[in-house]
Design a protein around this ligand. Sequence first.
Ligand SMILES: *[C@@H]1O[C@H](CO)[C@@H](O)[C@H](O)[C@H]1NC(C)=O
Ligand SMILES: *[C@@H]1O[C@H](CO)[C@@H](O)[C@H](O)[C@H]1NC(C)=O
Length: 357
Amino acid sequence: MVYILACLAIGLPLVSAVAFPGAVGFGSVATGGSTPFIVTNLADSGTGTLRDAVSASGRNITFAVSGYIVLSSALSLSSSTTINGQTAPSPGIGVMGREISASGKSNIVVRNLRIRQGNLDPDTGKSAFNMGKATNVILDHCSIAYGVFDSIDAVGAVNVTVSNSIIALPIGQQFGAHLETGPATWYRNLWVSAHNRQPLTKANTQYVNNVVYNYQAAYTVANTGGLFSHDLIGNYFIAGPSTTSPSDDWFQMNENQKAFASGNLLDSNRDGVLNGAAANSIGSAVVLASPWNSASTGLATLTAAQAFTSVLANAGAAPRDQVDASVVASVQSLGRSGAIITNQASTGLSNDGYGTL
Ligand SMILES: *[C@@H]1O[C@H](CO)[C@@H](O)[C@H](O)[C@H]1NC(C)=O
Ligand SMILES: *[C@@H]1O[C@H](CO)[C@@H](O)[C@H](O)[C@H]1NC(C)=O
């Protein structure tokens, strides 16, 4: 109250807390945890492990170790958790083999984490990151690959942002993300080689400066129930070897949907050159003349062509590992390489396709 009065007195804008500097969108309201916890052990469980770290709420987790954590069961996050993968020494931190679940939890911040489920997980009903019925979640600079059910499952999730992340090579249903309820923000992500759901979003949505490569279908609401509004700005869709119908960039967008679409491009010719054409016709969605959410325009600071350069340079967990390097190289081929796969081993990378960290 004192702060608010002081701001009013000296004319400062009232800015609410965000997850971290630069956090954007609906999930940026997450504040995560504040009690320091340092991960010192790459084992699946026990003192000083990530599983230990996420077992109590309120933790702000950093890493003194790097490499893959091989999960032998789903990793269930507590509410009010921050995972600061960017604090791990090079080459960074990742989890492989099972789902991370924030199901039913609230106030979660995950940054700079490699999340690689893959077929080490025997449960084909699990996803790489599950946030079903979760509230106030932001994933930023994460690299999510080899998801089995979905890469990201977010049915019933409220206030979500997925930003600056790589969402690639789902192997089971071969789907990117499934979000219902919302609202949700998808910002500057690189989506690569999925059959569909990049994302499936039955929610009021901001979809800004994303790059989608080698899709069969990309952004969808799946023609089923629900009336939602979509701000679709400055995204680049690029056909690849697995793209059967480039015009399925906007997929099953029926007249129940309302869409503001501006500055989106589609490069459909697989000629190794970035040369897209305008793609602002969104199925039979009702055309909005201005964004449904007034903040969307402020998020759209890049053209689609600029987003391509920026997202290819910056998306995902840093530093890039073998999986991300291979994914990004396929995008850089601009139509010549890339495949939708059913088993991570078919990438040809070491460690049964997970690559080494
Ligand atoms: C959490 O840890 C990160 C990394 O050390 C730090 O930058 C951040 O300020 C911490 N946040 C809180 C709320 O303590
Ligand atoms: C979602 O975020 C808004 C602020 O943008 C907040 O008012 C609302 O309470 C949040 N919803 C939940 C369920 O926490």
